[in-house]
Design a protein around this ligand. Structure first.
Ligand SMILES: [Zn+2]
Length: 172
């Protein structure tokens, strides 16, 4: 493994959660550099290619954060909670579209950005937990953690809860 990748990997394994500041595009760069199993296989560092979350498909960035049944169940649950539908068929189209849509200061944009950050962080953390520590969490537990992150981040924000859309989003 290149030194640069090693440093990034170490950083990612313990990066603190001040990620709401990350833009969608910077997430794209971060996720692109993760030492996923397909990359490690190509670098001849590992022979094990299977995704540890579903044990069904080879692990790649697109699989881990988009196609994987485990991850997509969690993301779809967030979409249902926020009353949205994610119809994207590829990881790239989700990223490109979300980068355009989730701008601005509306509550839904803020929630989606926080949820997206927490989702990526927790999927990667869960993957590492299973590989290096041997423990595992259910989709329900991850979803609960994402909601908790959103709740904590929103606590510092001044939200107009009189607005009925905002108020129903907050209660969800
Ligand atoms: Zn998977």
């Amino acid at each position: 493994m290149e030194h640069r990748d090693k440093v990034l990997w170490q950083k990612l394994l313990r990066f603190p959660l001040h990620i709401p500041k990350q833009s969608m595009i910077s997430w794209m760069i971060i996720l692109d550099r993760l030492p996923t199993r397909d990359r490690l296989f190509r670098m001849r560092i590992s022979t094990d290619q299977l995704c540890i979350l579903c044990n069904e498909e080879p692990e790649s960035r697109n699989h881990l954060f988009f196609d994987c049944a485990y991850a997509s169940y969690i993301w779809n649950s967030i979409m249902i909670l926020t009353n949205l539908r994610d119809t994207h068929r590829t990881w790239n189209s989700r990223i490109e579209c979300s980068a355009k849509k989730w701008k601005g200061k509306s509550l839904i944009s803020i929630i989606l950005r926080i949820a997206w950050n927490a989702f990526n962080y927790l999927i990667w953390e869960e993957r590492n937990r299973r590989i290096f520590k041997g423990g595992s969490r259910t989709t329900y537990q991850i979803l609960k953690s994402i909601k908790e992150f959103v709740r904590i981040q929103l606590n510092d924000k001044d939200i107009n809860r009189i607005d009925h859309v905002n108020s129903s989003l907050c209660s969800l």
